[in-house]
Ligand binder design. Structure first.
Ligand code: AMP
Ligand code: MN
Ligand code: MN
Ligand code: MN
Length: 301
């Protein structure tokens, strides 16, 4: 039995009003704080149940869990898997899985594998519009060499004075049709859901309002996700307006999905939504953390 398994506690009391933040990033992916520093910040913000959900990567899980437990904060393992579906990139958050699961680890490694070459092609595209040295520039912000992301390019373009903030970078350079955008084949939806669920976790559709789907394609996403074993959807996220929170609350009820809540915090200077600061889930919804009580790592004593 691993230390991780030993710290599971099925008696942990969780409810609708638990301040859960189940979506955040550290410097192990595209956040700027170390896992220990996000843990401290989450705790200081009143978070009672936290998950670090680095993109396509679980290398920070042990540090995050140990830091959370040392602070007396409950912890769920987490990741955010990049998926290609119907011509869009969709993010699937996994929660409460066994981080030692070999198939999950192999799937995440395969999903990460094309990032470096993609980044070189992004830099080529930027060079063609007069922005030189973007690959080396972005790398200065990368702590995990396997995980060079658009966010690291955005930080370089802000630092070099090309743009005022990262939002402007994405709008002008890093989204579809713009010079630094490179289409990429990520994981398949069914594979991502299976890696998570077969490792004992729950798969959740991240920030559904962010995708540019037709109603038909969005319906296909939800029905195929559920058919593959997906069980949750983010309702409260830093990416949703109040209207979108209400809309995806309705969607959760319509598809009988568990509801999640997470800030998607990346960095003190960049993120508009603070850890632990979103509204509580509406009472009609079932929080995903109620279904994951048996997977929570809890500080004992
Ligand atoms: P990647 O996985 O390399 O495609 O990078 C995706 C990350 O870029 C997301 O997780 C966000 O952190 C960030 N991102 C994507 N779109 C935007 C946007 N429009 N504005 C700011 N950040 C964004
Ligand atoms: Mn990100
Ligand atoms: Mn995302
Ligand atoms: Mn995220």
């Amino acid at each position: 039995m691993t230390a991780a398994t030993a710290s599971y506690n099925a008696t942990v009391q969780l409810n609708q009003l638990t301040n859960a933040d189940l979506h955040s990033h550290s410097s192990v992916s595209d956040g700027t704080l170390a896992p220990e520093d996000i843990a401290a910040r989450a705790h200081a913000q009143g978070v009672e149940l936290w998950s670090l959900t680095d993109h396509d990567e679980i290398g920070g899980q042990q540090r995050a869990r140990d830091a959370a437990l040392a602070l007396g904060m409950n912890y769920l393992t987490g990741t955010e898997i990049s998926v290609s579906f119907a011509g869009e990139t969709v993010h699937i958050v996994g929660l409460g899985f066994d981080a030692d699961d070999a198939a999950l680890q192999a799937g995440l490694a395969a999903t990460r594998s094309g990032r470096r070459e993609r980044a070189q092609r992004m830099a080529d595209g930027l060079a063609q519009v007069g922005i030189a040295g973007a690959f080396e520039g972005a790398l200065k912000y990368v702590s995990n060499p396997d995980l060079i992301s658009r966010t690291h390019f955005a930080r370089f373009l802000v630092e070099s004075g090309a743009c005022a903030d990262t939002y402007e970078v994405f709008r002008r350079f890093l989204t579809e049709g713009k010079p630094g955008y490179v289409p990429h084949a990520w994981a398949r939806l069914g594979d991502a859901v299976r890696w998570i669920t077969q490792a004992g976790g729950v798969a959740v559709i991240a920030h559904p309002a962010r995708y540019k789907f037709s109603p038909t394609a969005e319906y296909a996403l939800f029905t195929e996700f559920i058919a593959h074993g997906g069980r949750g959807v983010e309702v409260m996220t830093g990416s949703h307006s109040t209207a979108e929170q209400a809309r995806y609350g309705e969607t959760a009820l319509e598809f009988d999905l568990l509801a999640s809540r997470g800030s998607d915090f990346h960095s003190p200077g960049e993120s508009r939504t603070e850890l632990g600061s979103l509204p509580d889930l509406p009472g009609a919804l079932t929080p995903v953390w109620e279904a994951l009580a048996h997977r929570v790592h809890r500080a004992t004593g």
